[in-house]
Design a protein. Structure first.
Lengths: 511, 439
């Protein structure tokens, strides 16, 4: 994946010998050596226009200070980024950035993760000499379905305009006016309404572009951040999940408040799509937390008796009517660990052949050249590694429905997928034809109300695991939240059933 | 006094092709075309001709950095006719009265660097000159003088920054006129990323005379240089625009190395017999000189010792009645208005400096303002992308250094403030200045 390694050269940074690939920018080489050089306009994926003038360094032999974002490393170069002159230059550049900045941090969503605040504390700490009024520009402008613009807070680093030029090539944003009257705005007749618009919020180093959804919900310093993988398509973009559990009275008690992309050159680069970014609300909506038996009698169960009952029903069915009559619906949302347990239970132990796991049509969506994949589940490849879709064929929804109608199916085990929604009006009749319908998943959906057993599973934010993305990259994700109610990871449910099925009758469940 | 460019300016028909040719016009072009491109370039190098648009970069040396024609067959010459520096109007006169002189120079330059395209980028406000040039190009082409070179005329939209070569190239490409940051320099990757030589109107106008009379003749006219004092030679003459408080403002040509005093005297001296206070030697973006410093030799290297530059030769004479705070404010306001807004120090610094000066003029100055202006000026200079940005810091410091008393007397003493301080932060003024119009 990575380009050929370049020749390493030695140069001096603040008196220390540093090695870096030849031609690498000094600002990146310094970062690699653990030296932070402040910057706004430079972004590794968006280029280095060199307009913020914050990354100034001194180079021995150069007549003027130079911007390190436009300075390639050369053998024997001597760079200073911590001299008094450089510190003064950094502080003064910051001062000039702030001359007309409204300093409305108390009501600004960026506060706490703002480039101006951070750099002021690290490199500024001067006493303000500004005695003039601030210039006024337009505030709180809605420029798209997800993004709010505040021109006063903008430092005109042009990252967002370059994002719409270079990455999405949609050109919604531009810089208008000249000099201090310059401002970022929408191109005439356009709206920032592309599938990746949320990334402009991330690249904005200040509070000029803010998340319309996240605005005023929770202060960023109350949030916990967990490394995770976006589960909304086969790309498996690396993300940080930001959760709010310390102050549940904020944001209507929602636990997941936003997704932020996490850099991974091999998978998603710096970006994630808007579908993924703003798709987190489902993790706090329509969730299952209680283990229920709905038919023939509605009652809440504990895991042990429930697993015992389901295991008994499955074993009786297999023993009397044959494994051929058990149909299992699985989903590409299962983790590698889930797939393994699923395989052991249904393929190895119960020898089930009537399986449905293909994403068509309920798990398909829009695909594009940048990130989004057609398959809207994260881990079809994890199943494929175990043969699902290769040696093991998947039924289609219509085939399965036909089989049920023909009376070939005595039991239906549904994992995660909303089968009732796919089958629509036919669903109720189809379920009635099956003797046993077990539904297991994090979301209730329509199927959750029609099943005989409803087993609550965790969503991937509530467990640890691995997804294999469409390129075959196996990626770990970590537990960001506690499970709701008694929900368990899917693999634990499968393993629990398997233990009960393989034990002699009546021995399991007595714990 | 030797005159080169303005020698026929008393001829009212010099702008016509017929008259121009009857006085020896386009003979140099024929001569140059019989020489190899390298020979022409060598002659220009020998002449010590330096860029007369303000930077003073040796023209021959600039041409020498163009990559060889085998490596980059397509290359351009662009005439910088975007003369926007306040105090400079010599290009305007040169284009009005001697358009063919410039066009001949452009064709010689195209021959010297083997370019097939010669562009003229003219300031948008120069509407009359645009017409003159359009007519002159048509005449030249009809007379079959263009050879295999295509000459094209382009109009700017009236931004000061387009006078800077890389901003000019950006705007020619149809983009926002934001200066580029070399490297690469335009001679390597300029217009459309092809090697491009950008020369000023006056520089190009010199070329026919250099080719006709030889580089040595041109070098002998000008300042020969002084290796001991590390002063480089500046060949030939320069056309100065003299304005301000003088009796006869106008365009005057002097050999390089002429004292500034001579130029002021030639323009009739200070108006109304008043005392000289200040001279801006090269257009408003150059720092000022005091009355004592007018003995300065006008070439590209001497002014450095006086903390200023020759610039584009826009001499502005200011008499004793002028207030330097107002002058500095006027210039800073211009720079703030014309700042392209690309890099922060210039965009914010020019505007802030202007507003501090404005407050001082309104009587709201405080003692801390002067060291603050000095500090802000220092923090802008050398830390910006282009020369305009440097100017923002240099100009205000120049006036404060040369005329400190003008600034000090504007600051009210702390015991008896002339005006109360402007409202403290938080209390917005009723009138929102410089607000962006609401959609």
């Amino acid at each position: 994946m990575s380009p050929e390694p370049k020749k390493l050269v030695k140069f001096k940074l603040n008196g220390q010998d540093v090695e870096a690939p030849e031609g690498q920018l000094v600002i990146d080489a310094a970062k690699g050596a653990g030296v932070e050089i402040p910057h706004y306009c430079y972004h590794p994926a968006l280029g280095n226009p060199g307009n913020c003038r914050l990354c100034i360094v001194e180079v021995k032999g150069a007549p003027k200070p130079m911007v390190s974002c436009r300075l390639p490393v050369k053998e024997g170069m001597e760079v200073t980024s911590d001299s008094e002159a450089v510190k003064r230059a950094q502080a003064s550049s910051l001062e000039l950035h702030l001359v007309n900045h409204p300093l409305d941090c108390p009501v600004c969503d960026q506060a706490g993760e703002c480039g101006l605040q951070d750099y002021y504390m690290k490199f500024g700490k001067y006493e303000s000499q500004v005695r003039e009024d601030k210039l006024h520009k337009r505030k709180r402008t809605e420029i798209g379905p997800h993004v709010m613009l505040d021109q006063e807070r903008c430092v005109l680093c042009t990252r967002c305009t370059r994002f719409t030029e270079k990455i999405t090539k949609t050109h919604e944003l531009g810089i208008f006016g000249r000099g201090h009257k310059e401002y970022i705005d929408l191109a005439p007749g356009k709206r920032l309404d592309n599938a990746y618009s949320g990334n402009t919020i991330d690249v904005c180093p200040v509070g000029a572009l803010t998340d319309k959804d996240f605005r005023f919900k929770v202060r960023v310093w109350y949030l916990d951040k967990t490394a995770s993988i976006c589960g909304d398509c086969a790309r498996g973009c690396n993300i940080n999940v930001h959760t709010n559990t310390k102050r549940p009275w904020h944001y209507e008690g929602r636990r997941v408040v936003r997704y932020k992309p996490r850099y991974n050159e091999a998978v998603n680069g710096h970006w994630i799509c808007d579908d993924g970014r703003f798709g987190f609300k489902k993790y706090d909506e329509d969730r299952l937390g209680r283990l229920m038996q709905l038919q023939p009698m509605r009652r809440e169960l504990a895991w042990d008796p429930a697993l015992a009952e389901v295991a008994t029903a499955l074993r009786e069915g297999v023993d009397t009517k044959g494994a051929d009559g058990l149909a299992v619906i699985a989903s590409g949302a299962l983790s590698n660990e889930d797939w393994a347990a699923f395989h052991k239970l249904f393929v190895e132990q119960l020898k089930v052949t009537r399986l449905l796991f293909a994403p068509e049509p309920d798990q398909l969506g829009v695909e594009d050249e940048l990130l989004r994949r057609k398959e809207k589940v994260p881990n079809l490849m994890g199943g494929q590694a175990l043969g699902f879709g290769k040696t093991i064929a998947s039924l289609s929804w219509d085939q399965l429905a036909a089989d049920i109608e023909a009376g070939k199916v005595w039991g239906l085990y549904i994992v995660e997928r909303d089968a009732a929604k796919v089958w629509g009006a036919r669903a109720k009749a189809l379920f009635e034809k099956c003797g046993v319908v077990v539904f297991q998943g994090p979301w209730k959906g329509t199927t959750g109300d029609l099943a005989h057993f409803r087993l609550p599973a965790t969503c991937h934010l509530e467990e640890e695991g691995h997804f294999t993305n469409f390129q075959g990259v196996v990626q770990p994700y970590y537990k960001a939240l506690e499970p709701l109610g008694v929900a368990r990871p899917d693999w634990q449910i499968f393993d629990g059933l398997r233990a009960r099925l393989s034990a002699p009758r009546g021995k399991v469940g007595a714990r | 006094m030797t005159k080169i460019l303005t020698q026929h300016f008393d001829n009212p028909k010099y702008h016509e092709l017929e008259t121009y040719r009857s006085l020896g016009g386009y003979e140099a072009l024929a001569k140059a075309r019989n020489m190899t491109p390298q020979a022409v370039a060598d002659e220009v190098k020998k002449s010590n001709l330096r860029g007369l648009g303000g930077a003073g970069f040796p023209t021959g040396m600039k041409w020498g950095t163009v990559p060889p024609v085998e490596k980059a067959p397509e290359r351009f010459v662009v005439t910088n006719a975007d003369e926007s520096e306040p105090g400079c109007f010599k290009d305007r006169v040169l284009m009005t009265l001697a358009p063919h002189q410039m066009i001949e120079g452009l064709l010689i330059a195209c021959h010297a660097i083997q370019a097939k395209w010669g562009f003229i980028f003219i300031r948008g406000e120069y509407a009359d000159q645009y017409d003159v040039l359009k007519k002159a190009i048509a005449e030249m082409e009809a007379a079959g003088l263009s050879g295999d070179v295509k000459v094209r005329l382009m109009r700017g939209a009236g931004a000061y920054i387009c006078g800077l070569d890389t901003a000019l190239l950006e705007t020619m490409e149809g983009k926002k006129a934001w200066p580029r940051q070399p490297p690469p320099f335009p001679t390597v990757a300029g217009l459309m990323a092809k090697p491009t030589v950008v020369n000023n109107v006056e520089t190009l106008s010199m070329l026919p005379h250099i080719v006709a009379n030889g580089g040595q003749w041109f070098a002998d006219i000008g300042f020969k240089g002084d290796p001991e004092k590390k002063l480089n030679p500046s060949g030939g003459t320069a056309v100065f625009s003299i304005s301000g408080d003088v009796e006869k403002p106008g365009v005057y040509e002097f050999p390089m190395g002429t004292p500034l005093k001579t130029a002021i005297e030639a323009a009739g001296g200070v108006k109304g017999g008043r005392k000289l206070k200040c001279v801006i030697p090269g257009g408003t973006s150059t720092p000022p000189l005091t009355a004592e410093e007018v003995g300065m030799s006008m070439d590209f290297d001497h002014p450095r010792a006086f903390g200023t530059f020759l610039g584009a030769g826009g001499i502005v004479v200011l008499d004793e009645t002028r207030d330097m705070v107002e002058v500095a404010h006027n210039i800073e306001r211009f720079l703030a208005h014309e700042s392209c807004g690309q890099c922060t120090p210039c965009r914010e610094g020019s505007e802030w400096t202007t507003r501090i000066l404005e407050r001082i003029m309104e009587g709201g100055g405080v003692e801390a303002d002067l060291p603050n202006l000095q500090r802000v000026g220092e923090n802008i200079t050398g830390k910006v992308i282009c020369a305009l940005g440097d100017t923002v810091g240099v100009v205000v410091r120049g006036y404060m250094k040369k005329f400190p008393d003008d600034f000090k007397k504007r600051i009210p003493t702390p015991t008896a403030p002339a005006n109360p301080l402007p409202a403290a932060a938080g209390a917005q003024s009723a009138e929102r200045r410089d607000a962006i119009p609401q959609k």
